[in-house]
Design a protein around this ligand. Structure first.
Ligand SMILES: [Zn+2]
Length: 414
């Protein structure tokens, strides 16, 4: 069997018909529909001379042993958000499957290096609010105690949902064993944003995943009657927050590729007849450069104090969550660029705003790179998520080229 990108498109459509409905993909991790998708995938893999198992965190490994134990890893995730798109995660897995088939044929089942395809468990975190669950167990960055007691909307505990699928959260650290002999990791993904479509490019090399600073910022003023309090006597917490909401755009624009978002604003008492006494906002800042990220954080803090003073208010910050930027491997970036250029005639490098399993694999010290394929309208996590069929076929070819180049690179390492 030589590489058949059309088969990847057909299999994506097959999976959509099997696990989607009129609202989109329904492959939420740890549900019956997800298991159905994984069983379907296991049926596809059965035709290959590969070993197949689930690790301690529920990641699904398909291994084609090679002359060298050093392994090329190719990954994705079959799970989706509720009412999700047909490509997010599944494209990576099914394109990887097609590459694996080509390698089986070319080397008569015995490639020079071991090749492993992985379907990560619960990338989306859609049900329990914990993204990258399986890949973080693999990387050893997972914190069992923080996650054990998470519950879904119906009050089901993460621990119990996992047990129903045969996974004991206590055993999660055993997933690290799968790191053995891992020499490189490749992940293809839809862009999930509008950049490539705007540039008229089908494919891109992903430089890394952006670091994130996520905070709650609370401005304190004075609740007061909206009729009796003169304008110059007010301590309006919303006014200070509103100034910051505009300022974070200026802060982000000072740095190419940086983004800052104020996604939530809550006012107290939040009634039409009172000056806002307390205003809580959230800030999400992202950049690939740790220094830029730290600088944007300082700039936002400084601005918040300035606006609080201007409005006769006070302000305090509390960190919700943060993660450092994860730049991908320099040599694999070059190989990915070659593969993209050979396939599409042109190449572009860009950071990823969203996090991906590749970030966890890279944090485990395994040389990693990702490739993006254009998303139509930049929409994802939605049933209208789509990519042109010609671009889907192109990305399978490019991933295949990258896999060959990476196998050669692994062989050269001593
Ligand atoms: Zn994804």
């Amino acid at each position: 069997m030589s590489l058949s990108p059309k088969r990847t498109v057909a299999e994506l459509q097959e999976l959509r018909a099997l696990t989607g409905d009129e609202n989109g993909a329904q492959r939420v991790a740890w549900t019956d529909t997800w298991s159905k998708a994984r069983d379907w995938f296991a049926g596809k893999v059965k035709e290959l001379p590969t070993e197949h198992h689930y690790d301690a965190a529920g990641n699904n490994w398909v291994t084609l042993p090679g002359a060298s134990e050093k392994a090329l890893l190719i990954g994705g995730h079959l799970d989706s958000v509720p009412n999700g798109g047909w490509l997010d995660g599944a494209l990576n897995v099914l394109a990887g499957l097609e590459v694996l088939r080509r390698i089986v044929t070319e080397f008569h089942g015995h490639p020079p290096v071991t090749v492993r395809l992985v379907d990560w468990a619960d990338e989306e975190g859609a049900r329990f609010g914990r993204s990258l669950l399986g890949s973080s167990a693999f990387a050893g960055t997972h914190s069992i105690d923080a996650d054990r007691s998470r519950t879904d909307r119906d009050g089901v505990k993460l621990e119990d949902a996992l047990r129903r699928c045969g996974i004991e959260i206590e055993k999660f650290p055993d997933a690290r064993k799968e790191q053995k002999n891992a020499a490189a990791y490749l992940e293809l993904h839809i862009e999930q944003g509008p950049v490539l479509e705007r540039m008229g490019l089908p494919l891109a090399v992903v430089l890394g995943t952006k670091g994130v600073e996520r905070h709650i910022i609370t401005f304190h003023g004075q609740e007061a009657h909206s009729g009796s309090t003169p304008m110059n006597a007010r301590r309006d917490a919303l006014a200070a927050a509103a100034k910051l909401a505009l300022e974070i755009r200026t802060i982000a624009r000072r740095h190419e590729d940086a983004v800052c978002t104020m996604g939530s604003v809550k006012t107290f008492p939040g009634i039409v007849t009172a000056v806002v006494g307390r205003c809580e906002v959230t800030l999400d800042q992202r950049d690939l450069d740790a220094n830029v990220l730290a600088q944007m954080y300082r700039e936002a803090q400084e601005a918040s104090h300035r606006f609080a003073a201007e409005e006769n208010c006070t302000v305090n910050w509390s960190r919700l969550w943060s993660i450092e930027p994860v730049p991908f491997h320099p040599h694999l970036l070059d190989l990915c660029e070659q593969a993209v250029r050979e396939t599409s005639g042109t190449s572009h490098r860009m950071p990823s705003g969203p996090l991906h399993d590749a970030a966890e694999v890279s944090r485990a010290g395994i040389p990693t790179v990702m490739m993006f394929v254009q998303s139509l309208k930049g929409i994802s996590h939605n049933k209208i998520e789509d990519t042109k069929e010609e671009h889907l076929e192109m990305c399978v070819v490019a991933l295949d080229r990258l896999a060959s180049k990476t196998m050669d690179w692994i062989l050269k390492q001593r």
